[in-house]
Design a protein around this ligand. Structure first.
Ligand SMILES: [Zn+2]
Length: 329
């Protein structure tokens, strides 16, 4: 079963988490393979989406936020979009849109950043949005400080965490067709960071962040973890091998119903709202060419059918009856 473990280094300003997605990840791949329109992912796309899935769970585990965390790459190569969405209860779904050929050894930049126009976006979408409230979104390019293309997805997020959140972060990510796994090590924000902001400029603060000996030592240990070890070894073995000399304080693992698992949030109501959003003319135009409006969920493969009667009722029913939740007035 998929599992998520959080831990602290006792007395040190460092925390961590490790995730192993097994059944959840296999279900995402199986549902894609069963989609007759797309077929299975090419291996490099699957590897990228698996790494993104592990990373998104680790990020959701590390923030205090009641809403979905959405990790996206908008690509300028054959992978146009890859997206992972993790709910606060660790229900997750993922999908990628592939147009064109992805060779077996395709690099990250070949897939999503051929012309330096690829972007990675991290969105926090609150569950209960206030009227007019927009989701928070941070966007980063896929090249480094020297304008070099980044070829490891983990480095993109490490950059993002340092630049946007001022958090020193070490990520090790790996995925194959059975397991998507990740290890995150993060330096805890300095106590009274708000006060420090007035005393140091941002450059000094960033260099102070990099100076922590404990974090650096633990980060180097974490980086020594090889992809095949992360994929092939159980969590206990990984943590023991890396950190047996460190004062590790473990939290109760999140497994099964409380842990990461596949879950799609699509519904007939949501699809109905989308069709309504197209407008009555567009809906009628589709129905003049075929018997019903067919919408397939890209995340789970569920097919939704709206025949002319269903479609007409979308445009005649009041908005409130289309909503799954309580009506907002
Ligand atoms: Zn779905």
């Amino acid at each position: 079963m998929s599992e998520l473990h959080k831990f602290l280094f006792e007395g040190l300003p460092v925390r961590g988490a490790i995730v192993r997605l097994t059944d959840a990840w296999q279900e995402i791949l199986q549902r894609r393979a069963a989609n007759t329109q797309t077929g299975a992912y090419p291996a490099p796309v699957s590897e990228l989406l698996g790494q993104m899935s592990a990373a998104a769970v680790l990020m959701q585990a590390n923030i205090k936020f009641n809403g979905a965390l959405v990790l996206q790459i908008f690509g300028d190569g054959p992978v146009k979009l890859s997206v992972v969405e993790v709910q606060p209860d660790f229900g997750l779904r993922a999908t990628a849109t592939v147009q064109g050929e992805v060779l077996p050894q395709a690099s990250l930049s070949h897939m999503v950043n051929q012309n330096n126009e690829g972007r990675c976006a991290i969105t926090l979408d609150p569950l209960e949005r206030l009227p007019g409230q927009q989701p928070y979104q941070g966007v980063v390019p896929l090249f480094g400080d020297q304008k070099e293309k980044i070829e490891n997805f983990s480095e993109i997020l490490e950059h993002y965490m340092l630049q946007s959140e001022q958090l020193d972060t070490t990520l090790v990510l790996a995925a194959n067709d059975q397991v998507a796994a990740g290890l995150l090590i993060q330096r805890l924000p300095l106590e009274g960071m708000g006060n420090l902001a007035g005393r140091y400029d941002s450059v000094e603060r960033e260099s102070a962040l990099g100076k922590d000996e404990d974090y650096n030592r633990i980060s180097i240990l974490a980086k020594s973890l090889k992809a095949d070890e992360l994929l092939g070894l159980d969590v206990e073995t990984v943590l023991h091998r890396l950190f047996w000399e460190e004062p590790l304080l473990r939290f109760e693992p999140l497994v099964g119903e409380t842990g990461p698992r596949f879950q799609c949030t699509c519904s007939r109501e949501r699809v109905g709202r989308m069709i309504k959003g197209l407008g009555v003319e567009e809906a009628e135009s589709i129905l003049s060419e075929r018997e019903s409006i067919e919408v397939g969920c890209e995340f789970c493969g569920q097919q939704y059918h709206f025949d002319p009667v269903d479609a007409a009722s979308l445009f005649t029913q009041p908005e409130a009856s289309l909503q799954s939740g309580p009506a907002v007035h």
